[in-house]
Ligand binder design. Structure first.
Ligand code: KG4
Ligand code: ZN
Length: 348
């Protein structure tokens, strides 16, 4: 079964063809991120305008790369992100998918963007081992941080999440405070890597400048909003700010990664899943990826860790097409509406 995935929840316009939820035939992503770098963050109106410019060429290219032409007869269904996200951006993908569904007479499968992220862990081709249930999934994106237990395809129990800012938001906001460009996660990661490779880091290996809120609490929740204030306060007091950005970035990254890893491991110990799945843009962070591999490797042999390649962690339509294949809940094009506020557990 070949599914066309469409993803336009934020500042990426993406289309992809995926076979049987595991094999990527094409994966096209156009991003308006450079425009938002100039303004220091996303202006929703501008993101939506760029979605309109890119959507048709991106869908066209996804078909051509997969099949050598843009004949839609080879696809079996269309999967589309219907939430959560920016309303203007979502509308472009949803209305395009509805129109194509009507014109091409193909079923349409609505996909929750956050659930979609998890399905990046199935995109390793037909032969590689796949996650087994029950699986624990950590979803860390720009707007959401959730820990869910996955009992089967599309069957979730919510275990915990952030009480305020998302992990990606914490990266983005603290980066902005230090004058680093949008998106903040990759900027902080790069500055931290440079710091680790520099001489100055060798004399100061301990990274504990910032608090790890709720790390000892008996739940699976996070709080990241205090980090902004802590960074602002400390950064204001340093004299040579330019020289301190690397060290501060390493500290911020370590504080975020530490709490994400510790709370997730706590959930692993309690729920004893067969697989641990990482998902969302923040999983592109190499410190997070390495720390999870180290800890899971050390901890137990009874759990398999799945970490998608960085390109499949950040927003793209391959995991939307993959998720649509496994979820399989088609609807009529005239019954589908965007839902910007959708939660990971939500269906409407
Ligand atoms: O999943 P995603 O691509 O889009 C949303 O659904 O929000 O996640 C975007 C988030 C942003 O906050 C971005 O700063 C963060 O993922 N991110 C990273 C890295 N790459 C992207 N955070 C830390 N390190 C990275 N390398
Ligand atoms: Zn996302």
């Amino acid at each position: 079964m070949k599914i066309l995935g469409i993803e336009t929840s934020c500042d990426e316009t993406a289309a992809s063809i995926v076979e049987n939820g595991t094999t990527i035939l094409s994966n096209i992503v156009a991003s308006s991120s450079d425009i938002h770098t100039k303004t220091g963050g996303i202006i929703p109106e501008e993101a939506a305008r760029q979605q309109i410019v890119s959507i048709i060429p991106v869908v066209n290219q996804a078909l051509v790369e997969a099949f050598g032409n843009n004949d839609p007869s080879t696809i079996d269904a269309i999967g589309v992100t219907y939430g959560p996200g920016l309303i203007g951006s979502l509308l472009v993908g949803v209305e395009t998918a509805k129109t194509l569904s009507f014109l091409w007479k193909k079923p349409i499968i609505p996909v929750n963007h956050l659930v979609g992220h998890i399905y990046a862990n199935w995109l390793s081709g037909p032969k590689e081992p796949k996650p087994e249930f029950p699986a624990l999934a950590l979803v860390v994106s720009g707007g959401h941080t959730d820990l869910v237990l996955m009992l089967g395809h599309g069957k979730f129990e919510w275990i915990g999440g952030t009480r305020d800012d998302a992990a990606g938001e914490a990266f983005d906001k603290t980066a902005r405070l230090m004058g680093l460009p949008y998106p903040g996660g990759p900027s902080i990661s790069k500055a931290a890597d440079q710091y680790f490779n520099s001489k100055s880091s060798r004399s100061n290996k301990v990274l504990n400048k910032f608090p790890r809120p709720m790390i000892g609490k008996d739940n699976f929740d996070w709080s990241f909003s205090g980090l902004k204030t802590a960074v602002l306060r400390e950064f204001e007091n340093v004299s040579n700010k330019h020289n301190q950005v690397g060290h501060f970035s390493a500290e911020v990254q370590e504080a975020i990664v530490d709490v994400l890893v510790q709370k997730t491991l706590k959930a692993v110990n309690k729920f004893k899943p067969k697989s641990l799945l990482l998902a969302g843009g923040v999983v592109a962070n190499s410190r997070l990826r390495n720390k999870f591999s180290d800890e899971i490797g050390d901890q137990t042999e009874n759990i398999d860790l799945f970490v998608p390649p960085p390109k499949l962690c950040t927003d793209n339509a391959a995991y939307i097409a993959g998720c649509a294949f496994f979820i399989k809940k088609a609807t009529n094009w005239d019954r589908l509406a965007s839902n910007p506020q959708l939660s990971i557990m939500g269906t409407s």
